[in-house]
Every structure is written in structure tokens, then in C-alpha cells.
Design a binder for this molecule. Structure first.
Ligand code: ATP
Ligand code: MG
Length: 391
């Protein structure tokens, strides 16, 4: 009970997006994410959100780790609550932050008083606690400009809080504040990263996976479900719409010129994802494409593919990233190890030997001319299996 978590809130950049809706959304997301660690009181004052355990049964270490994955937070500190008394704060700093202080070479103390009736000024309090800490940890040098550790003392209405510098939070905007999008999730490295990047901008996601059983195995499907589950600490609960894609691929292999197979197949993916978007109120599609990475990721191929998405914008946050950069993000967010498990993706199953690098929209449309596009899309959509995943 004498420990709590302080969260420093991030940017509120959208014009017209008010502070209140940002804070409300963040608090709701935190409440959902922290639920399984116990009961917490969550409230916001002056760009800081306070996460206070309601009783001793709360798992503070678990909660502390979990909040680092909540978008909208730029800094996370664990704070010790104590009596509003200079010696109590000194004692808390010594015991609670002792390890941090022992491991550092320089420090400073920064005090703040919300309670102006506290008998010392902020400067007096900083000087007193700083002086005593210097005696207790003689190896420490006081450095007002570039201290390795800053000890924060906050005298608030009901208690005082002692904490050190915040650790970085996840950044971004609270999920849900920027609407909803459909993310096309393959088993690869790029699409989980793309999904994460868009969720980070405050978008809640619906995941769509195209599954080509028996050309791709149940293990390949499970891997994609697992990738979605790995994203849930960041994105919240997710639904994976598993689309049966085999019939469409077989039909295209029969009727489509081999060089145009990939672009036509990807146009079907966009149409089906677009239907899922309509059903779920999503306003955009998200893919992991990166310019020039493979044959289907030229500008011409993107144009021909995008034309099948109708009015929905296709968000491609990895478009300007190198593979190395994408991998770095994948490692950081925890999806890399699963992405590199060796299962085939539906895109690789019928990959043509010589795909057209610069297909035109007219060529793609001509290749589709004899197809019952509506019927093929409808059958796939009707066969969708929805899988819920949670952290
Ligand atoms: P990734 O690493 O994300 O698999 P990639 O570099 O392998 O991407 P492609 O296979 O051409 O590239 O796929 C491009 C994008 O199309 C993917 O990032 C993903 O968004 C989408 N996509 C590809 N295959 C599937 C699939 N089976 N289900 C859902 N989306 C897919
Ligand atoms: Mg792939």
C-alpha cells in the first residue's frame, strides 16, 4: 500500500482532441490492462496519472511491467508513499532508492510541494534531504546539471512520494482514441511491427489472416494467433478473423496468368479485408509492406493492389524502413522470435517464378475479367472464423 506507480502522459497532438478524452481513454485502457494484477485506484492530476493499489494483495511488480506497454505514457516511475515529514522522506529515499544511489556517481534532489502548508520550502527540503543523503552515501557527488540519478520528493495533499527518474514508457496515443483499422497479419516479421506502429498511434485493431489449408499447416495458423496474442499487452484484446483463402488461390491458379497471380491475389485480400472493415467500423487497412522489399511491393503493384481497397486508405508504416530497422522493432516488442519460426505463408505457396514487377491496374482487371469476384469474396467472408486473444 505504500507504493504506487506514477505515469507521465505523452503528447496530445490532434487538434480538437481534448485532454479530457485522452485521459479518460488512457485510464480505461489502464484499468483493463491492470485488472488481473489487483484492484487499483487510477486518477490523473496535472499530466500525471497515479496508479494506486487499493490493498496489499496487488501485484505491483506485474503492474509496473504492464504499464510500460500501455500507449499514451512516456515515463513510468515506481514511487514510495510516506508521511509528510522531511525525515520520513529521507528514510524512504535511503531504503527505497538505496540501490539506485549506490550504483550512481552523482545525484540531485528535486522537491515539489502541492501542499503549500508544508513547513519547509521546496528548496529547503531539497537541501536538507540532499545533504543527509550525501552523508549516507559519501561516494555520491552532488550535480545540479547532469546528475545520474534525480531523487524526486513530492509533498501532496494526503502523503508525500519519493521516486527516482522515470523509465521510458511506450509513448504514442491511448489505443482507441484514433478509431479502428483492420491489420493484415501474416506470419512474417513485418506485419506484426506494422500493426504495433499503428496501434501506437491510438488505433484499435481488428486482425485479418488469410489461411490456405492444407497448403499451409495448422501450425502456421497457430503461429499467427500467437503473434496476435503477443501484441495484446500493447493493443489490448484482439479478434483475429481467420479467412479461408484456399478456394480463391486455387481458382486464381487455374484462371489467372501466372505473372499476375500475386497482384490479383493481393487485390482479393484487400476486398475481403475491406468487408471486415465495414462490419467492424474500421476506417483503414494496415499492411507490413516495405517499398522494394519483394516483387509485390513496387509502387505500381501497390497502386494496383490499393485500387481494390475501395475508399479505405492503406496504412503501410514500414514502407520506408529497412529490414534491419523492422527487425529491431520486432525484437523490442517481442514478436521476432515467433515470426522467424519456419512455417509457410499463403503468399509463398503459389508464388510465381517471374511475377510482373510493374503491373498496371488495367492488366490486373483484365486478369480478373472472367471471375465471379463478388461470389468468391462472399464465400470467403462467410467462412471467417473469429479467434479472440487476450494477454
Ligand atoms: P510479412 O513479413 O508481414 O509477412 P512480407 O515481407 O512477407 O511481409 P508479403 O508476403 O508480400 O510481404 O506480404 C505483404 C503484406 O501483406 C504483409 O505484411 C501483410 O500485411 C499482408 N499479408 C501477406 N500474407 C498475409 C496473410 N496470409 N494473411 C494476412 N495478411 C497477409
Ligand atoms: Mg510474408
Amino acid at each position: 500500500m505504500n507504493e504506487m506507480i506514477l505515469l507521465k502522459l505523452g503528447e496530445m497532438v490532434l487538434k480538437g482532441l481534448n485532454r479530457r478524452s485522452f485521459e479518460d481513454r488512457l485510464q480505461a485502457n489502464l484499468a483493463r490492462r491492470l485488472h488481473r494484477f489487483g484492484q487499483f485506484r487510477i486518477y490523473t492530476r496535472q499530466s500525471t496519472t497515479y496508479v494506486e493499489p487499493m490493498d496489499d494483495s496487488c501485484d505491483m511488480a506485474g503492474a509496473h511491467e504492464a504499464v510500460k506497454q500501455v500507449f499514451g505514457v512516456v515515463g513510468v516511475s515506481l514511487a514510495r508513499a510516506c508521511e509528510k515529514d522531511a525525515d520520513a522522506m529521507l528514510e524512504a529515499a535511503k531504503t527505497y532508492l538505496g540501490d539506485r544511489l549506490r550504483g550512481a556517481s552523482s545525484f540531485k534532489v528535486e522537491a515539489r510541494r502541492a501542499d503549500k502548508s508544508f513547513p519547509m520550502t521546496s528548496i529547503q527540503l531539497s537541501q536538507y534531504v540532499g545533504g543527509e543523503l550525501h552523508e549516507a552515501f559519501p561516494h555520491l557527488r552532488a550535480d545540479m546539471h547532469h546528475p545520474e540519478v534525480t531523487i524526486h520528493l513530492e509533498v501532496r495533499d494526503f502523503a508525500a512520494y519519493v521516486h527516482a527518474d522515470p523509465e521510458p514508457g511506450a509513448g504514442g496515443l491511448p489505443v482507441g482514441i484514433n478509431g479502428r483499422a483492420v491489420a493484415l497479419l501474416s506470419g512474417g516479421i513485418d506485419s506484426p511491427v506494422a500493426s504495433w506502429m499503428i496501434a501506437k498511434r491510438g488505433v484499435s485493431l481488428e486482425m485479418v489472416h488469410f489461411f490456405s489449408y492444407p497448403y499451409t499447416s495448422p501450425e502456421a495458423r497457430d503461429k499467427v494467433i500467437e503473434l496476435a496474442r503477443l501484441l495484446t499487452p500493447w493493443c489490448g484484446r484482439l479478434t483475429v478473423h481467420v479467412v479461408p483463402f484456399t478456394a480463391i488461390q486455387e481458382e486464381l491458379r487455374r484462371s489467372c496468368p501466372e505473372t499476375l497471380f500475386t497482384v490479383v491475389m493481393r487485390r482479393f485480400m484487400m476486398r475481403i479485408a475491406g468487408k471486415v472493415a465495414r462490419r467492424t467500423g474500421a476506417k483503414a487497412l494496415v499492411t507490413g509492406e516495405s517499398l522494394g522489399q519483394v516483387a509485390s511491393q513496387t509502387m505500381e503493384a501497390m497502386a494496383a493492389t490499393g485500387a481494390a481497397a475501395g475508399p479505405l486508405p492503406i496504412l503501410r508504416p514500414c514502407v520506408g524502413m529497412d529490414k534491419e530497422e523492422i527487425i529491431r522493432v520486432a525484437r523490442r516488442i517481442g514478436t521476432f522470435e515467433t515470426s522467424i519460426l519456419p512455417y509457410e505463408d499463403c503468399c509463398t505457396v503459389f508464388t510465381p517464378r517471374h511475377p510482373r514487377l510493374h503491373p498496371t491496374l488495367a492488366e490486373a482487371e483484365a486478369a480478373e475479367a472472367g471471375l465471379d469476384i463478388e461470389g468468391m469474396v462472399r464465400a470467403a467472408v462467410e467462412g471467417i472464423e473469429r479467434v479472440q486473444v487476450a494477454p
